[in-house]
Design a protein around this ligand. Structure first.
Ligand code: ADP
Ligand code: ASP
Ligand code: MG
Length: 463
């Protein structure tokens, strides 16, 4: 519950009088970087989506592209123009080969090269100009602009009635950087009306415009969030997230052996896991789907017949379902300068975090001290300075939150003991239990993360 409230704060909820758009689009499908990461995979996606059912398809940039664009932007911030220039031309060469291999008709190839040329001009103009945050955002947008333009050409060349909808014309965030579902809903209606009828609509994930009308984005991995925001805006029947794995696993397959796919998760469970680090879903993805009660299905582009994982409002089984880990956490302990916590101590502490717009993930208190964790350290120094007015402050960086998720309250007695037994020998810095029916969180040094995740798989999940 705490988590849902927190995300809701970062989400500009639509006004109650909103209307739905009846487009007869049943499904919104999102394909991630690997799914469109090669000519072969783009063709596979085309074959997979062209079943005659009208749909809207959200695409990421080809895998590796956004990382390359981030690298180019980093060099431009450091005023290392030569390296930025050579990385840019290396990336452009890659796309020229993609165009030549992907498209067959000369006119389509010419259009493909024109798209690549335009997008790389958008990058190169900043090599000579002053580099700003807005310039960085524009550079990062080019990956999705290219992948969607080329994929649309591929679809049209193969005779499919396909239209490209520019996400920058309808995806919006507000001045707090929160998705503006009301604006998205209103604008996407106009975009659809102006585009005319098609069987397949393609759009860019990740990118949007902000309250100042500049190009912006929904943060790394944000294409998932685009799909759920659009699904909620047009009230689709289902939102499908197609990726390179067969669904939500019960532990992070990048760090742990023998993870297993989960068939079904509730919105709350999936939201907790995504928020606490399960990379398969952008942290905010679940909320729009939950608000409109739209099922989210996670599917494997490389193995489309597998049913994947279905996320719905139902909690089908009790007990622990999965764990996830979120890195880059800072723990702050404030020991009250009085012997016992004075009335108002916690309020004063929390107001400081609120003032600096810094969300708190975990909290634990004792009679004289409170520990909290944050992941946004932009204002850490200022926060510490203010906190010192109220007591002694201790800071530990490089921590990870390990989040254990399931319908935990429904579980039989002795659940906490099971968790502690599973974690024997691991130094635990903080525990948060009871704040939510669905989650127990523990804080460990990041150096202990892999060991902790593996211990939970071996002793708790795979039994
Ligand atoms: P895409 O580019 O399709 O968005 P991502 O790399 O963002 O794909 O997400 C898929 C990856 O997430 C998987 O390949 C896997 O390594 C990682 N991952 C982390 N935690 C989980 C989990 N609990 N279940 C499934 N995949 C996970
Ligand atoms: N291309 C963006 C990224 O790599 C968005 C996404 O893939 O979801 O972060
Ligand atoms: Mg992703």
């Amino acid at each position: 519950m705490l988590l849902v409230l927190k995300i809701a704060k970062n989400f500009n909820l639509c006004r109650p009088e909103y209307y739905y758009i009846n487009l007869q689009i049943m499904k919104v499908l999102k394909f991630g970087g690997t799914s469109v990461g090669s000519i072969e995979n783009m063709n596979a996606v085309m074959n997979l989506i062209t079943d005659g059912e009208k749909k809207l398809v959200v695409l990421s940039a080809m895998s590796g592209t956004t990382n390359a664009l981030v690298e180019i932007a980093d060099y431009l911030y450091k005023k290392n123009k030569d390296t930025a220039r050579s990385l840019t031309s290396k990336l452009k060469t890659k796309y020229e080969k993609v165009v030549n291999g992907l498209l067959k008709e000369e006119a389509r190839k010419a259009e493909g090269h024109h798209v690549v040329e335009t997008c790389f001009d958008n990058i190169r103009k900043y090599i000579s100009n002053n580099f700003t945050e807005a310039a960085e955002k524009e550079i990062l947008a080019q990956g999705e602009l290219i992948s969607t333009a080329l994929f649309t050409q591929l679809m049209q060349e193969n005779g499919y009635n396909t239209k490209l909808l520019p996400a920058l014309d309808f995806m919006r965030i507000d001045s707090d950087k929160a998705a503006d579902l009301h604006a998205i809903r209103t604008k996407i209606k106009t975009v659809f009306e102006e585009s005319g009828d098609a069987d397949y609509y393609i759009t860019q994930g990740f990118i949007c415009k902000n309250a100042d009308g500049e190009i912006d984005n929904l943060q790394r991995g944000g294409s998932d969030y685009t799909a759920s925001l659009i699904g909620a805006a047009i009230k689709s029947d289902e939102i499908q997230i197609w990726t390179d794995i067969d669904g939500f696993h019960n532990n992070d397959p990048r760090f742990v052996e023998n993870t297993q796919k989960i068939e079904q998760l509730s919105f709350n469970e999936a939201a907790e896991l995504a928020y606490f680090g399960a990379k398969i879903l952008h942290p905010q993805t679940v909320l729009p789907a939950k608000i409109e009660n739209i099922p989210v299905r996670l599917k494997n582009t490389m193995n489309p017949t597998d049913g994947g994982t279905l996320i719905t409002s139902e909690t089908l089984s009790e007990g622990i379902k999965a764990v996830a880990a979120k890195d880059g956490i800072t723990a702050i302990k404030i020991r009250s300068s009085r012997m016992l916590m004075a009335y108002g101590f916690l309020k004063n502490v929390f107001e400081i975090f609120e003032f600096f717009k810094t969300p708190i993930d975990m909290i634990s208190t004792s009679e004289v001290a409170v520990s909290v964790t944050i992941d946004n350290t932009t204002n850490l120094d200022k926060i510490i300075k203010e906190l010192k007015e109220y007591g002694e402050v201790e800071v530990d960086q490089d921590q990870s939150i390990i989040c254990i998720v399931g319908d935990i309250i429904g579980q039989e007695k002795g659940f906490a003991a099971k968790v502690f037994n599973a974690l024997e020998g691991i130094p635990i810095r903080m525990i948060s239990y009871g704040g939510s029916r669905y989650n127990i969180s523990i804080l460990v040094p990041t150096s202990q993360k892999q060991r902790t995740l593996q211990a939970l798989s071996d002793n708790l999940l795979n039994n």
